[in-house]
Structure formats: structure tokens, C-alpha cells
Design a protein around this ligand. Structure first.
Ligand SMILES: *Cc1c(COP(=O)(O)O)cnc(C)c1O
Length: 375
């Protein structure tokens, strides 16, 4: 992927925003609880190693990623903190996992048994047992299954370090609490068969940590809120101040007067009702700016300007209130004058959630880092 360093479309990531969000969260935790920064998917599109650095500077003691390669990238970048891979890694990589001192989620005894056959040296694989309490994704299904796996681990303590146990909530960001309570009860039923608690017991993602204080565990997996995004979209209010870390800006690269009756973009789905000033913005769905955003808006000089015609792969058009010079700044996510566009605004217009918009911005958009050094 060629990075568009010669195009005026740029994502800016504010290190201070991430440091603030992490520190504010740690201030709310029990003193014996740790915060692991969730930096999967290139730090939700913000840039994994930069986010890791900011989070660690603010007190995060470990990291969570989704796939083994993300963990290896972090190790190669020199991070020596605990790193937990939240997804299932194939057992054939057991020796690599052990050598790199990476921790992995394990959801079955079969995984443990198979991993043993790939271990050569006398290093141990650090495992966090995943408990499926209602997410229905990965994890042990019953306390009986868990109990059998614990026995297996006890019998193979030369191969495995039983480092953690965890579950994941499906509805922690919703008003209705019944399903959450059911999951919490199932978690406690699972924990009743664990004779010796491992170093890390963790149940909380951002939403759980923000809205369910009375939770079990001594570590949280802090993701979306670290980036200054509300896990619930608009549904619930975040009980502390969090700062959005990402802004997305571009600039007008072409400006013209479109005569009344002329149309814009593929399908000619927009026709000028009068003579109009139309500007072209150099970003499109190949950059992760959704194609369906015709009718949504951007900010120019503090004014909302409608996206007219379909968003193309690399460009889209906006209707301007007046003639404007090429080079005029266009804000797609962030502030302009007294107005702003949030990731949730974009997500709602596109029929999705802020998470998907942020991590969907492609590698073609360069990331610039401000407040990169801790002050
Ligand atoms: C992605 C993920 C998280 C982080 O969730 P946020 O809502 O971004 O805080 C936590 N735990 C697991 C298992 C995840 O997959």
C-alpha cells in the first residue's frame, strides 16, 4: 500500500488524549487492579506502537492484541510488557509463543494437548483460559470442562503457565442489565471450580469498566475508551471526561461552479437545483470513508457542507456555501470553528459503530502524531 504523503488527507493522533484517557481510567480502578491497553487492529486505526507507548507512559502495564502477528510486531518494537493475544492462535505456534513470552487465550483442553506436541525447548506457554459466559465466541462452555482443563494444566506445569482467566461481556454497553447479570453469575459459577486464582482475572472491556464498577477481577482490557470514543455510541453517558485522540482532515483540491441541472458523481444521483459551488475532497471509500455517506457532511471554516453525489473510491464532492480557494481545509472528523463531527456522527450516518469507522481507515492515509513526547 502506498501511503498518501503527497496528498492533503491526514489522520492526526494526539498522544496527550490517549495518556489522559488511560490515566483517568487507572485513577478509578482499585489500587490492586491493572490496565492492559487493547491495541489490536493497529490500535483501532491510530497506530499500534504509538498507542502502546502513550498507554505505557500513562500507567498501562500490559497490552492486548487480537492476532499473534500484532504481538510479534510489539515485541520486535521492543515492548517487554505482558502481551495477551485475545483470539485463538493455532497450536502449531506454541514454541514461538513461548519463546516470545507472549500470552494466549485458550478455550479448550484440546488446544493444550495439541500445543504440547509442538513444544521443543523447556520454555512455558502462558495461557489465559477463556470462559464463554454468553458471548458465544470462544471459551470453555461449562465449569466441568474448565475443571478438567485445570487438572490437565496442573499435570503439565513444565509446559504451561496458567497466568490468567477471563470472560467477555456481550451487552456491557446497553441499558438493559439482565443479560450482563446472567453472564456475571455464570462467570462466578466457573470461578467456583478454580482452586487457585491465577495472576490475572479479568472480565472488563471499556464498557464494563465505565458502567459496571462492581465487577470481578484485577485487570481490565481497556480499548475503545482509551481512544476517546464512547463504547455505547450515544446510548450511555461516559462518567468521566475522555478526549477523542483521532482527527481526520483533508483539503479542497478542485473547486468549480456547477450550472443548475448538472449532476455529480457515479449514477448521477445528485443534480444541482441552482448554480452551485462544488468542491472536490481527495479521500474515498478506499481510504475507509464509507461510500454510503452521500447526504452527510464535512466541516469547512466552521460550516457544515453537504456531501453531494456518491462517494467514489478516492474522492468525493461537497456543496460549498460560496466560492472557496483550492487548499481550504476540510474537517471530516474533528473540530472546526465552534462545530465538530465525531466518530459516532460518521458511524451513525453510515449505519455502523464508531469502532468500525476508526479501524476501517486504511493505511493509505498517513498518521501524524502530536504530543508524541510526554510533557
Ligand atoms: C476488543 C476486545 C476488548 C476491548 O473492547 P473495548 O470495547 O474496545 O474496550 C476487550 N476484550 C476482548 C476479548 C476484546 O476482543
Amino acid at each position: 500500500m502506498s501511503i498518501g504523503t503527497h496528498r492533503p488527507t491526514v489522520i492526526t493522533v494526539d498522544g496527550d488524549a490517549i495518556r489522559h484517557n488511560v490515566a483517568a481510567e487507572i485513577a478509578q480502578l482499585n489500587p490492586d487492579s491493572e490496565l492492559f491497553a487493547v491495541i489490536k487492529a493497529d490500535g483501532y486505526g491510530h497506530g499500534m506502537t504509538h498507542v502502546a507507548k502513550y498507554a505505557a507512559e500513562a500507567g498501562a502495564t500490559g497490552f492486548c492484541v487480537a492476532i499473534l502477528d500484532e504481538a510479534l510486531t510489539l515485541r520486535a518494537a521492543g515492548f517487554q510488557q505482558p502481551i495477551l493475544v485475545l483470539g485463538i492462535v493455532e497450536p502449531c505456534y506454541a514454541q514461538l509463543i513461548a519463546d516470545q513470552k507472549i500470552s494466549v487465550a485458550v478455550g479448550s483442553q484440546a488446544w493444550l494437548a495439541e500445543a504440547i506436541s509442538y513444544l521443543k525447548g523447556n520454555t512455558v506457554v502462558r495461557v489465559h483460559l477463556a470462559l464463554d459466559t454468553g458471548m458465544g465466541r470462544i471459551g470453555f462452555q461449562t465449569p466441568e470442562e474448565l475443571h478438567a482443563a485445570l487438572d490437565f494444566l496442573t499435570g503439565h506445569d513444565q509446559q504451561f503457565d496458567f497466568e490468567g482467566i477471563f470472560t467477555h461481556f456481550a451487552t456491557a454497553d446497553e441499558k438493559e442489565q439482565t443479560y450482563f447479570e446472567t453472564q456475571l453469575q455464570r462467570f462466578r459459577d466457573f470461578m467456583a471450580v478454580v482452586p487457585r486464582k491465577p495472576r490475572y482475572v479479568h472480565v472488563a472491556n471499556s464498557a464494563t469498566s465505565l458502567w459496571h464498577q462492581v465487577c470481578d477481577g484485577n485487570m481490565i482490557r481497556f480499548g475503545v475508551a482509551m481512544y476517546g470514543m464512547n463504547p455505547s455510541g450515544r446510548l450511555l453517558t461516559v462518567p468521566r471526561v475522555i478526549h477523542p485522540a483521532m482527527t481526520l482532515k483533508s483539503a479542497l483540491v478542485f473547486v468549480k461552479k456547477l450550472p443548475r441541472g448538472r449532476s455529480v458523481s457515479y449514477g448521477a444521483t445528485y443534480t444541482a437545483a441552482a448554480d452551485e459551488w462544488i468542491g472536490t475532497v481527495p479521500i474515498g471509500y478506499a481510504d475507509g470513508y464509507p461510500r454510503c455517506l452521500q447526504g452527510f457532511h464535512v466541516l469547512i471554516n466552521g460550516q457544515f457542507c453537504e456531501i453531494v453525489g456518491r462517494v467514489c473510491m478516492d474522492q468525493f464532492m461537497v456543496r460549498l456555501p460560496e466560492k472557496m480557494p483550492v487548499g481550504t481545509e476540510v474537517v471530516l472528523v474533528g473540530e472546526s470553528g465552534s462545530q465538530h463531527i465525531t466518530m459516532v456522527d460518521v458511524a451513525e450516518a453510515a449505519g455502523t459503530i464508531n469502532y468500525e469507522i476508526a479501524c476501517g481507515f486504511s493505511a493509505r492515509i498517513p498518521r501524524r502524531y502530536v504530543n508524541d513526547q510526554k510533557s
